[in-house]
Design a protein around this ligand. Structure first.
Ligand SMILES: Cc1cc2nc3c(=O)[nH]c(=O)nc-3n(C[C@H](O)[C@H](O)[C@H](O)COP(=O)(O)OP(=O)(O)OC[C@H]3O[C@@H](n4cnc5c(N)ncnc54)[C@H](O)[C@@H]3O)c2cc1C
Length: 401
């Protein structure tokens, strides 16, 4: 089966690439195929925190994310040992939290409604580019395309086939879903000896807020613990997790779940009572390859945010840039894609990724408690300025047409 463009992976990066292509090059729409290994709605381990940049990109595609079940967090707290910086948006939520099975299913249905073809339940096994096109070997036969897009996530087959020797930077991530604080608090009242909620720095938290806690950094875990409000099938829940860039992997570190268990225990949660799931995140580094002749990488396959492991907005942004690149390639009949990485790096997305990479190289290796307190507690105005100028608000700067 022959197509012009085969997109491998139907997560936010692959679906965004297809939706942007359809918008800027509608004549290519019926020559695009998305191959997805799973069937929607499929599980994807993710805390589902959507920053405003993601919403900006979706809005430009004419998509209203409020159609997806979500919880809005009014404030984000960046803390070290329970104290730090609070971020609020004027008249807006600071973070919108979705579940990925619902969000990705919604986005896939939007793509299908707009006439894009998605084949579910097909796993790509091998990719072989040649001078005339690309051969895609799957568990259900062989496809040919002029161009392929590797949107197959952090462990993707595209990157492994095209850049087998490229160095890979991955973060370790664990996640658990728990009931809300008040459920745990009422359990604690019923059996006070078993569960105790501490006070002081760890006083009960506002259940509308999202928390990033950097206390694991001095123990060589180069990342943070998160605690977000979420919902499962309409029921309010919390999503907890721990993120480690692995930037301090050479030092001695506790087991990744130990600081998470400790942090949760301060609020009366016993980690052992919940199912822990883990998945790596491949993060952006300036050395990551992003394209080869006839092949583009998008989303986690190209590299997510190293600082916080954020990747949904990035995946949507990569999709916009890849669509523009593919459109130009067909116009010029030149499929070398040798300027794609440069264009990504010069875009708002690339600038934000580079800034996050640079900040991660500073705030995690300088791991001492006094430095973390300085950053999150004392340098608040500087952190806010850097975040709003260099880290966030890149979505509006992304040229898509
Ligand atoms: C625990 C955890 C928490 C996170 N929390 C957040 C958060 O709160 N906010 C945020 O912005 N980001 C978060 N992220 C990161 C975010 O999940 C990713 O950056 C995002 O999913 C990247 O999108 P993608 O489309 O590139 O890849 P994916 O979402 O991984 O999609 C890849 C798709 O490709 C398919 N696929 C893979 N291999 C094949 C194959 N061989 N053949 C066919 N199909 C294939 C997969 O089934 C999948 O549907 C988190 C990640 C983890 C692990």
């Amino acid at each position: 089966m022959t197509y012009e463009i085969v997109i491998i992976g139907g997560g936010p990066a692959g679906l965004s690439t297809a939706l942007h292509l359809q918008r800027i090059a509608p004549h290519l729409s019926d020559r695009i195929l998305i191959l997805e290994r799973e069937r929607y709605p499929r599980f994807k381990l993710c805390a589902g925190g959507l920053v405003l940049d993601a919403e900006v990109i979706l809005e430009r595609l004419g998509l209203d994310v409020t159609e997806v079940p979500h919880v809005d967090s009014q404030q984000i707290n960046f803390d070290f040992r329970g104290k730090g910086l609070n971020i609020r948006m004027p008249r807006k939520h600071a973070l919108r939290v979705i579940r990925r099975d619902e969000f990705d299913n919604w986005l896939a249905k939007k793509a299908e409604t707009r006439g894009l073809e998605i084949r579910e339940g097909i796993t790509v096994k091998n990719i072989i580019p040649d001078n005339e096109g690309v051969t895609i070997e799957t568990d259900q036969g062989i496809f040919r395309a002029q161009v392929i897009v590797g949107a197959d996530g952090s462990n993707g087959v595209t990157r492994r086939c095209i850049f087998p020797n490229a160095s890979v930077h991955t973060a370790r991530v664990l996640e658990v879903i728990t009931p809300e604080y008040d459920v745990i608090a009422s359990k604690a009242k019923q059996s006070p000896s078993k569960t105790e909620i501490t006070s002081g720095d760890n006083a009960p938290r506002n259940d509308k807020h999202a928390f990033f806690e950097f206390s694991p950094v001095p123990s060589n875990i180069a990342g943070y613990i998160w605690d977000f409000p979420t919902q499962i099938k309409g029921e309010p829940m919390r999503c907890w997790g721990i993120y480690d860039t692995n930037l301090l992997a050479g030092e001695s570190r506790p087991q990744l779940k130990a600081p998470l268990a400790e942090e949760m225990s301060h609020f009366g949660f016993d980690l052992n009572e919940y199912e822990i799931k883990g998945h790596p995140i491949r993060w952006f580094s300036p050395e990551n390859p992003m394209s080869a002749a006839r092949v583009l990488l998008v989303g986690d396959a190209a590299g997510a945010d190293p600082l916080l492991g954020e990747g949904i907005s990035m995946a949507l942004g990569y999709g916009a840039l890849a669509a523009r690149e593919i459109h130009n390639a067909f116009e010029r009949n030149d499929f070398s894609f040798n300027r794609y990485k440069r264009r990504v790096m010069l875009s708002g997305l690339g600038q934000s990724l580079f800034a996050r990479w640079l900040i991660a190289q500073i705030v995690y290796p300088l791991k001492w408690a006094w430095f973390q307190m300085l950053v999150w507690r004392l340098l608040k105005p500087l952190v806010v300025v850097v975040a709003s100028l260099l880290v966030l608000n890149w979505g509006r700067r992304l040229k898509v047409d």
